[in-house]
Design a protein around this ligand. Sequence first.
Ligand SMILES: Nc1nc2c(ncn2[C@@H]2O[C@H](COP(=O)(O)OP(=O)(O)OP(=O)(O)O)[C@@H](O)[C@H]2O)c(=O)[nH]1
Ligand SMILES: [Mg+2]
Length: 220
Amino acid sequence: MLMSDIQVVESHFLISASNANNAPAPKDSEIVCLGRSNVGKSTFINTILNKPLAKSSATPGKTQLINFFTSLWIYENERIPLTFIDLPGFGYAKVSKSLKAQWEEHLFHFLQTRQSLKLFLHLVDSRHINTQKDQIMSGLLEKISHNDQYILRIYTKADKLTQNELNALKNSIDSHKDKNLPNTHCLIFSANTKNHRKMTSVAQMRAKILTYTLGLQNGI
Ligand SMILES: Nc1nc2c(ncn2[C@@H]2O[C@H](COP(=O)(O)OP(=O)(O)OP(=O)(O)O)[C@@H](O)[C@H]2O)c(=O)[nH]1
Ligand SMILES: [Mg+2]
């Protein structure tokens, strides 16, 4: 069976929530997109679901709530419902410090307590791969993730890198897996570039998402 046999046949916006307590009861396996403001979280979900469901914007701070999107995938004649969750970016500077701290606490509580989350997609801008905020987030994810939860660190906007920068990023991922992040797998992605041998294509990304979300040991 080929990964091109994966199809996303339906996707819809479900609901927005402001914190873990008013989030909808989990139905399906859930995949959450998190990362700094403007890194491309909403665009990523739209690209994977092949529909402009999540609002994206060139101005940081676009997504302000926890947004839920349901989708139906078909693989090997099985119907697999998956829910995607788009989060506001962390570290968005235009709200007051106290509001920011309160919000980050809400989000963290959500990530920590929502058992239906199977995959954390930590999106990181390819041009700024080691910000303090991302390092902190990586550490937190490693700490809170259970045995049946996976972490993918996705380097976004790779189309903005020069060929040399892209090669260097790819080599660093391939050659030294971060010993401090044993449960985190890294991929390079662009929402604009169709096929590039150093990047993960949309079809490959869907296969990865399905593999990790369903906990398939041997991949697809
Ligand atoms: N060149 C390029 N631009 C991208 C890519 N992905 C997203 N963008 C652009 O980056 C900007 C931010 O994208 P969003 O998807 O809104 O980012 P976000 O992480 O959801 O942002 P917040 O909701 O503010 O946290 C938009 O102008 C997108 O078009 C990409 O792969 N390549
Ligand atoms: Mg967004």
